[in-house]
Design a protein around this ligand. Structure first.
Ligand SMILES: Cc1cc2nc3c(=O)[nH]c(=O)nc-3n(C[C@H](O)[C@H](O)[C@H](O)COP(=O)(O)OP(=O)(O)OC[C@H]3O[C@@H](n4cnc5c(N)ncnc54)[C@H](O)[C@@H]3O)c2cc1C
Length: 417
């Protein structure tokens, strides 16, 4: 019987193992994870777990019984060091060697580090895993002033959580607006105002010159010369994909491990999924100059639970010899204070935006159209709009913009039967 080895025990790894079983894969499944824990949820680490609303007991992704029932062997606290594609083996840090017929790379990503002087000081943090979150939480109990470097999702969620815990928080961002890569300007403006109402300060279009302190960080010096006092600094500068294992064994890598719509790498025995993989996403329009992108969409590496889970489902089906291409509409969410921001589709490149609801009241949906077709939607505290928007995007609906804007018309009624 065939052996499946999965490197990386988190969202993509777990989903891939379950999907392989659900599609009838009968061989052995071994999942290798270098963290000491069984797979757990990461989103709460910057949200409810950090702000003390939920504790660690609610974090596991699956129960130990489920892994047992599905005959998934989990080996935690051990890392994969080398892949030999000829011999079809994986060497582990504990000296073991595993043979595979199918190999899955779900190695995720790691935090980009601060490049400036002082980055090695104590109480400078990054947030990727449970250990990081516990360290930040422990320091937040003693600290009173935090500087967050980076106004992306992680930075803003950390800012909100630390503010909720009562710390004085300043966010420093290089770009002229928050979340510049991820959302249109109106969402950036809304979130910035929400944070400012809670007392968070911002320094936009500002670069860090260095971190100050002797052993322990005491402040941040900006390129403007301004010094902001800090008892802790948290950097949210984005992530880099963990592609070294793939690169070392000669797989194609280009801002992620390159896979096709069936999650296959350049070696047919190896699939990849999650934050480490770059794949053709049908909802990301191909650019005219991109050879080969065609109707399959543009290659993207998406850092989200949806992408990790859905590409892993595809990879699991591929392994079980029931291939079905990736088709899922992308979606994402972020919780900050009492606001749940939910995003569907890709709004970049839209030529029309329609507002539903009341932005000032913190309950609205901005729907994005391109050539009249719904391509994306950002909702704040309107979960029903978000769910309907995913289906409008999937159906490539061309709605009447007046109906979209009319709150008396439920979005779901615009979905064709
Ligand atoms: C604080 C935080 C908040 C987030 N919030 C959201 C959110 O609200 N919504 C959302 O959609 N997404 C969110 N994300 C992103 C989301 O968590 C990631 O997209 C998701 O975790 C990707 O899953 P993955 O399985 O691909 O990779 P990961 O979760 O990164 O897991 C990869 C695992 O593989 C392990 N590994 C790597 N190399 C090896 C090796 N050689 N041997 C053994 N093990 C290895 C890693 O240590 C890790 O445990 C958040 C992320 C963080 C950190």
């Amino acid at each position: 019987m065939a052996d499946l080895v999965i490197i990386g025990a988190s969202y993509a790894g777990t989903q891939l193992a379950l999907a392989a079983r659900a599609n009838g894969f009968q061989g052995s499944i071994t999942m290798i994870g270098d963290e000491p824990h069984a797979p757990y949820q990461r989103p709460p680490l910057s949200k409810g777990f950090l702000s003390d609303a939920v504790d660690a007991s609610s974090l596991p992704l699956q129960s130990p019984e489920r892994f047992r029932e599905e005959r998934i062997t989990l080996r935690t606290g051990v890392s994969a060091r080398r892949i030999d594609r000829q011999a079809r083996t994986v060497s582990l840090s504990d000296g073991a060697q595993l043979r595979y017929d199918h190999l899955a790379l779900t190695t995720g990503a790691r935090c980009r580090r601060l490049p400036c002087e002082g980055a090695e000081l104590r109480h400078v943090y990054y947030l990727r895993d449970l250990a990081d979150a516990c360290d930040i939480k422990a320091r937040a109990r003693e600290a009173s002033k935090a500087v967050v470097v980076g106004g992306g999702f992680i930075g803003l969620e950390v800012a909100a959580s630390l503010r909720t815990l009562g710390l004085d928080v300043t966010v420093v961002e290089l770009q002229e607006r928050l979340l510049q890569r991820a959302v249109p300007a109106l969402i950036s403006t809304f979130l910035q105002a929400a944070h400012q109402q809670q007392g968070v300060r911002f320094r936009l279009e500002t670069r860090i010159r260095r971190l100050l302190g002797d052993e322990v960080v005491t402040g941040v010096e900006l390129e403007t010369g301004e010094i902001i006092a800090a008892d802790m600094v948290i950097a949210g500068l984005g992530v880099v994909p963990n592609v070294e294992l793939a690169e070392d064994c000669g797989l194609a890598v280009d801002n992620g491990i390159v896979v096709d719509r069936f999650a296959r790498t350049s070696d047919p025995a190896i699939v990849a999924a999650g934050d480490c993989a770059s794949y053709p996403n049908p909802w990301m329009p191909a650019q005219a100059h991109e050879a080969g992108a065609g109707d399959a969409g543009r290659c993207v590496r998406i850092e989200s639970i949806q992408s990790a889970n859905d590409l892993a489902r595809v990879a699991g089906a591929t392994i079980a010899d029931r291939p079905a291409p990736y088709e899922a509409v992308p979606w994402f969410w972020s919780d900050q204070y009492g606001y749940k921001l939910q995003m569907a589709g890709f709004s970049a490149g839209h030529d029309e935006a329609v507002m539903r609801g009341d932005m000032a009241a913190g309950r609205f949906t901005s729907v994005y159209l391109k050539h009249g077709i719904v391509v994306g939607a950002d909702s704040v505290n309107r979960p029903q709009d978000h769910m309907a928007a995913r289906r409008l995007i999937a159906a490539r609906v061309r709605p009447d913009p007046d109906a979209l804007a009319d709150e008396s018309v439920a979005l779901k009624t615009l979905i064709p039967a």
